[in-house]
Ligand binder design. Sequence first.
Ligand code: DGJ
Length: 599
Amino acid sequence: MKKTIVSLALIFLGLVLWSQDQNRSIIKPGEIWPDSDGNHINAHGGGILFNSGTYYWFGEFRLPRTEKDRSRYGVGCYSSKDLLKWKNEGLALRVTGDTSSMLQPGCVIERPKVIFNKKTNKFVMWFHHELKGQGYRAALTGVAVSENITGPYRYIRSLRPNSGVWPQNLPEQFKSLTVNNPDLKNGSGEWKKAVMEGLFVRRDLAGGQMARDMTLFVDKDGTAYHIHSSEENMTLHFSELTDDYLDFTGRYYRVLPGGSNEAPALFYAKGKYFMFTSGTTGWKPNPGRLAVADNLTGEWIPLGNPCRGTEDENKITFGSQSTFVLPVGGKPESFIYLGDRWTPENLADSRHIWLPVEWENEKPIIRWYPSWDLNEPVIPDNVLSSKEIKEGWKLLFDGNTTAQWMNANTKIFPATGWEIRDGSLIVNPGSKAPGGGGDIVTTGKFRNFELTIDFKYSTGANSGIKYFVDTEADNGALASIGCEYQLLDDRLNPDAKEGIEGNRKLASLYDLIAPKNVVDNGPDNWNRAVIIVNGKKVQHWLNGKLTVEYERSTPAWRELVSTSKFRDFRGFGEVPEGRLLLQDHGTAISFRNIKIREF
Ligand code: DGJ
């Protein structure tokens, strides 16, 4: 009986937790994302169309490895009102049983996208199409049409675009070059130059240009473009579609020639066109890329990698390859990056990597969030969200002014040594020289608090965040003494090897307690330090991991201090309240998102 009651209670608890989860608007990139039938959403390399208040997600409907019934292959469609709960609408496009059709089972359908044509009132789907048994040689694009958004779409044909016509922006002199591919060593400088000068455009002029990874984009005036990796994946082509979106007009533009871009995902924001792409490494992720243009057809300017994670995360775009950028309905300037984390041995199991697009100096960037809330706007740096405001958080730095900080000795913010750049408070190297910056402290004092600070240290840097700083101690002679959350490049700064058993390393309580669980994002990457003080109890956190925990003002604390370099400071770390300090140790370090809440 007792057992039954326990089991029932557990089931009830499970249901409560489950229903709570259902009500939340949480996106969990990389996890299984169940659809209305409880199956992982099978729409890969896809895109989303917003129509009459509903989102429709189209993507590759891949078969699990064990699947024998290849006739179920095609383009999956799912619908949703809230971007979280997705109803399986079945296959929008399905391979045909007809073995004479290009669309027979065994062909490859990738990166399908759907747009709505206002003139014909029809939904038009384009996709990358490879023929049965031919690997990726055919490099075709297929088109299908439907009066209903969810389909079924009627397959029209597959083709190589723009046969017999030159790109609008290929310089005249390149049209008559006679360089031959076989004469050049693949990948050599000469070969790359020849590619940039239209080697493959000339080769494919008569039969049509190659079309592999693709997306569609409807410009402000309703003109639609089919954007595809062409020229052996070396150059993107932006090909204008006819008014009904079912064919090519023959006007097309080469973009980033020789740039070797795949997985294009475009959006328009802040008066500019932006495009995420990837490099060409098959199913393996590579460093993401970003480009910007004033006009859709160019010129496109590369802006580097849009990822803001650790070096390793940036190298693989958080384990994803771009597929689409979704403008969020009803939220101006709000976009979501959609990517695929491919599982080549079972493509159906590939995961969806959805991340909010954030802005850094008017450039879109992406950060990794293991989970994030769709209903919470993405908060720019040095700004509090409404949730944080409700929770009592206060900013100690607004990204522009230093009103809440002053030199620990002079009580005036230093004129040199520290600067504000790109929303960060930065110590310049060499600032410790006479007349330089010096340590800065808060104008206010704090007793029980949670402090969070993002910091980015330069190679070999040394700095620190101190708390319980008493600037008046010993008539100001001890103005910079306090408990210190150590900031250090452990790999290169010799101080990491000093002290006892690592108690001077990053996230330690300097010279007193060595840190545990250190996850260091490395030099020139942002890290987050958190210090929590509640009465005698103190904790240090680094990048979400607890590194140090201690109680002060206890016999054990005094014992610890008595063996450290602070042994001669009477009552070290025991003042009930004190200022916070950012250390100027003469090496470059940046701080931002400095937030505190008291309790
Ligand atoms: C990378 C492309 O982006 C994918 O869509 C797919 O075609 C793979 N290559 C195949 O290796």
